[in-house]
Design a protein around this ligand. Structure first.
Ligand SMILES: [Zn+2]
Length: 205
């Protein structure tokens, strides 16, 4: 899986607060659903551990409701630059709670922050873009939706950031520098070294 190789990803499956297990999905993942946490991004508890505590202790869920959590306040230096930490919290194949009747076929990704007020920073945009690109490559989900684009949630102020713009963050689209074509000439019958040297116009004589 490409997503598991992201240098800013930390595998915390089984380490966050839980009081049970989510059942396995009965359907394959169709939607990648983008959330924000509605907790300002630099607050204590505005991270995977904080959300796990809330989902388990207050809401009574088996564990944290998202598969991935992006944490703007935990910045990691990676070979590609500064990146917001991505916590991998639940196996991809677990039907976690985040979009009601659509949970069976929806993957939940939460960016910590309250984007009615917070602004996105570069390290977070980069992590959104790279996680998205990796999931697309891995074939995890087919479409992207904000929480409030899912059936029954149009009233919800989630996710409040432009997730499609985030996917286009510049770092994810930096084209690979094209290699100059090697200057190779295939010797053909009748060529002599002297005639080859004159084909590129630099020959002396
Ligand atoms: Zn949401």
């Amino acid at each position: 899986m490409n997503f598991s190789k992201l240098p800013q990803l930390v595998d915390m499956r089984g380490e966050l607060k839980s009081k049970g297990t989510y059942s396995k999905r009965s359907k394959s993942i169709t939607y990648r659903v983008w959330h924000h946490s509605l907790t300002k991004k630099y607050l204590a508890g505005s991270d995977a551990a904080g959300f796990a505590g809330y989902h388990v202790n207050t809401l009574g869920w088996p564990g944290i409701g998202y598969t991935f959590i992006i944490e703007p306040k935990n910045v990691i230096n990676t070979p590609n630059g500064k990146r917001a930490r991505i916590v991998y919290a639940n196996d991809i194949d677990r039907r976690t709670y985040h979009v009601g009747n659509s949970n069976q076929f929806s993957l939940g990704i939460c960016v910590a922050g309250d984007y009615r007020y917070d602004t996105m920073d570069e390290a977070t945009l980069a992590s959104i873009a790279e996680l998205h690109a990796a999931l697309v490559k891995d074939g995890v989900g087919k479409y992207d939706k904000a929480h409030n684009e899912m059936p029954g949630y149009s009233w919800k102020a989630c996710c409040q950031y432009n997730y499609r713009d985030a996917f286009d963050w510049k770092g994810s689209k930096t084209p690979v520098k094209p290699q100059p074509a090697p200057d190779v000439y295939t010797i053909q019958e009748g060529d002599t070294l002297w005639s080859i040297a004159h084909k590129d116009g630099t020959g002396g004589v």
